[in-house]
Design a protein around this ligand. Structure first.
Ligand code: B12
Length: 136
């Protein structure tokens, strides 16, 4: 799969993105990285330009729920990107645990999975999507 990997608007951390690129490439995926501090507008433009099969958003600075919501809303406002799978993960808030109200808002906005730091869950999500792409 071609995966667009991106940080979120307020987040300047980069080693999460380096790690995730290696993690995704190790599993045979092609990765297009937009880097850190990607606002929703740039993310949408990146998706329209690169036409990925999936978007993986990573945020660790504690603003992930808020930035992620803006990103997902912007992508879903673009008719051509309405069905593009979007996964968000990392250290998404500052509470130190999963915040269900924020997860619900993200899901309702069209985020396909909110995974926190769970790389096994990401591996499972990717495998399920890849299977769906192979015709029976
Ligand atoms: C190194 C570091 C920095 C460096 C960044 C260097 C760089 N080039 O990236 C510097 C010093 C610049 C920095 C700055 C800041 N940092 Co900092 N930083 C860290 C630190 C110590 C390590 C992060 C790291 O690189 N880890 C290695 C990478 C490989 O791991 P990772 O980022 O955790 O990513 C893993 C998982 O989160 C997960 N994951 C990540 N994304 C995704 C996505 C999906 C889909 C999935 C499934 C999994 C996943 O997979 C990765 C591999 O396991 C952490 C504390 C810590 N021990 O984690 C704080 C930390 C992330 N920073 C923090 C903060 C607050 C900041 C600042 C806001 C501080 C400030 N007041 O200026 C700024 C950021 C400013 C901004 N606008 O974003 C907080 C975030 C708070 C929170 N989320 O609860 C942390 C947790 C420290 C803390 N305990 O308070 N930081």
């Amino acid at each position: 799969m071609k995966i667009l990997l991106s940080g979120t608007a307020s987040d300047s951390h980069t080693w999460n993105l380096v790690f995730l690129r290696l993690f995704l490439e190790e599993q045979g995926h092609e990765v297009v990285g937009l880097g850190p501090c990607v606002d929703a507008e740039l993310l949408a433009a990146g998706c329209l330009g690169h036409r990925p099969d999936m978007v993986v958003l990573s945020s660790v600075n504690g603003h992930g729920y808020r930035d992620g919501l803006a990103a997902v809303r912007r992508l879903r406002a673009e008719p051509a990107l309405a069905g593009l799978p979007v996964v968000l993960g990392g250290k998404l808030g500052i509470a130190g645990h999963r915040q269900e109200t924020e997860v619900t808002a993200l899901t309702e906005a069209g985020c396909d999975a909110v995974l926190g730091e769970d790389l096994d869950a990401l591996r499972g999500f990717l495998a399920a999507r890849a299977r769906r792409e192979v015709p029976a």
